[in-house]
Ligand binder design. Structure first.
Ligand code: RIB
Ligand code: CA
Length: 309
């Protein structure tokens, strides 16, 4: 059965892969809406990137809603040092012919979820969770309509990618992450522990480029640009494709090995700001966490889906 999903995103190179993968997977997921949030770059650039990605594949029936321009409490921290000044440097993407919806993303989330049946809509959170955090504060009742949060964020045994302890999405808005983690909604998390095992090695980049137009050359150019940061920081063989692991989980969950635990986040300032921890033994679990994946199956699925354009 096709799952109705909302994707909350800050494109962002890996977000682009997740969006393109989801929009191509019409047998598995129905993208009923996309909401944008400040993160990898300032909000205006993020929204423009989301519009350009939709234009690339002509899926104008999928509405895009612009969301929050800054975290709930902290000042915004962006990642142009990874994603470039545009937030999506590298590819030559088309100019949008359609714009965003007039409703704010937070209001869209509240209105759509209030009108939905219990546990009926899956929400994919692949950027800072500000929009979802604000929606849950404004209307806590909407939690009942969410089937599952599938989140790219956090790190448990892999260290941080913005500080020694914190992963970017959680670091930018730990307060929103706390609201989501305490919402009572079933949660699946794709942390750095698993996404660092999903590196876009040269042979995998070649497989994307072999897809040609309209998507293969675009995503190949994305990877050529964005890989330098992680190769320099970690000595990886390529960019770790964080966000599409969320979509792959929805399509083929068996790719992942999951463990349940009580996940919490550090919201105060200091060296552990934004750190996520999991109690695997004592506390009742609030999430399942992916700690490993079959990376060949993941890339085979990703290339297959992008080949559908
Ligand atoms: O830490 C990786 C996450 O932060 C990804 O979602 C990436 O797009 C950035 O948002
Ligand atoms: Ca992202």
């Amino acid at each position: 059965m096709t799952k109705p999903i909302i994707i909350d995103t800050d494109p962002g190179h890996d977000d682009a892969f997740a969006l393109l993968m989801a929009m191509a997977s019409t047998d598995d997921v129905e993208v009923i809406g996309v909401t944008t949030v400040a993160g990898n770059a300032q909000l205006d650039k993020i929204t423009y990137n989301a519009l350009r990605l939709r234009e690339l594949v002509g899926r104008h029936e999928i509405p895009i809603y612009e969301g929050c321009a800054r975290p709930m409490v902290n000042d915004l921290v962006t990642a142009e040092y990874v994603h470039g000044e545009s937030g999506l440097d590298g590819p030559d993407l088309p100019e949008p012919t359609h714009g965003v919806e007039s409703e704010h993303a937070v209001d869209y989330l509240v209105d759509t979820l209030r009108a939905a049946s219990p546990r009926s809509i899956t929400v994919c959170l692949i950027g800072p969770m500000t929009n979802m955090g604000m929606a849950l504060v404004k209307a806590p009742d909407i939690a009942a309509s969410i089937a599952e949060f599938v989140i790219m964020g956090g790190s448990f045994h892999a260290g941080g990618n913005i500080t020694t302890t914190a992963e970017f999405n959680i670091y930018v808005d730990p307060h929103a992450a706390h609201v989501v983690l305490e919402s009572g909604v079933p949660i699946t998390i794709m942390p750095l522990d698993v996404t660092h095992q999903a590196q876009a090695t040269p042979d995998r980049v070649a497989a994307f480029r072999a897809l040609g137009e309209p998507v293969g050359n675009a995503v190949g150019a994305m990877l050529d640009f964005v890989e330098r940061f992680d190769i320099a920081l970690y000595g990886f063989e390529g960019f770790p494709l964080h966000d599409p692991t969320v979509i792959a989980y929805l399509i083929e969950p068996g790719i992942f090995t999951l463990r349940s635990g009580r996940v919490t986040v550090v919201t105060d300032s200091g060296a552990t700001h934004g750190q996520t921890t999991a109690d695997w033994h004592r506390e009742p679990p609030n999430a399942q966490v992916a700690l490993s994946l079959d990376s060949d199956r993941f890339y085979t699925l990703l290339v297959d889906r992008l080949s559908r354009y």
